[in-house]
Design a protein around this ligand. Structure first.
Ligand code: SF4
Length: 222
């Protein structure tokens, strides 16, 4: 039988990496198409829908346009144009930031909050697929995704999000219980891989040294 490629059909680590990237691309395509359909049906562009979702997460703190751009990994001009379009639709408003006369905070209006709530659900098809996995596989999948996201953040490909692994309250592998080895010092409670947060309201950024030490411990012990 002929072998395909350098390591044969099942050979090299590189081929596995390519397949993982291919599989992620398939999932991304399904998500993109779902996001387009859902937001178009509601008269919004996907960026406008993402802005509503981000402002919903920020709550009464709102966000500056520059923060919106950073969170969504889009250009400042794109964030600004999309925000202005949402203002015209009555879904967001801009308020002056007291300490800086020129800066403006973007906040959801009541109509914007209702719209953001409607858009907030995860795509049902994706949730169904993930829920079909055994619980241990869901936790392992989450761990792998968090590590991949962290690598992408380090490479500057996606913005740093408010994940446990970059939080000052995170204590990886602080407990001997393999089901709940981590500790959140904010709520003072142990938790397992399946409850690692990707976006947490209570997140406080760790110092570079603490984040690096936590990361090494998290990766090494897992
Ligand atoms: S505060 Fe949130 S992000 Fe920080 S360790 Fe606790 S659960 Fe994780």
């Amino acid at each position: 039988m002929r072998s395909r490629g350098r390591g044969g059909p099942f050979g090299s680590r590189e081929r596995t990496a390519e397949r993982v990237a291919q599989a992620l691309e398939r999932i991304a395509t399904a998500l993109r198409s779902d996001a387009w359909g859902e937001s178009r049906a509601r008269g919004l562009t996907p960026t406008q829908a993402q802005i509503l979702g981000y402002l919903r997460f920020r709550g009464p703190r709102g966000a500056r346009v520059s923060e919106v751009a950073e969170a969504l990994a889009v250009r400042a001009a794109t964030a600004s144009e999309s925000t202005d379009a949402l203002v015209r639709k009555g879904l967001v408003r801009k308020a002056r930031v007291s300490e800086d006369g020129r800066a403006r905070l973007v906040l959801l209006t009541a109509a914007g909050r209702r719209e953001a709530d409607r858009l907030a659900g995860w795509p049902e098809f994706l949730l169904r697929a993930v829920r079909a996995l055994p619980e241990a596989e869901q936790a392992a999948f989450l761990r792998v995704l968090l590590k991949t996201i962290r690598e992408l953040q380090r490479a500057g490909r996606i913005p740093v999000s408010r994940m446990c692994v970059t939080c000052t309250y995170f204590r990886p592998y602080a407990h001997p219980d393999p089901k709940a080895p981590h500790h959140c010092a904010f709520v003072d409670a142990p938790f397992g891989d399946g409850l690692l947060r990707v976006e947490c309201q209570d997140h406080q950024p760790a110092s570079a040294e603490q984040a690096e030490a936590n990361w090494k411990r998290f990766v090494r012990a897992g």
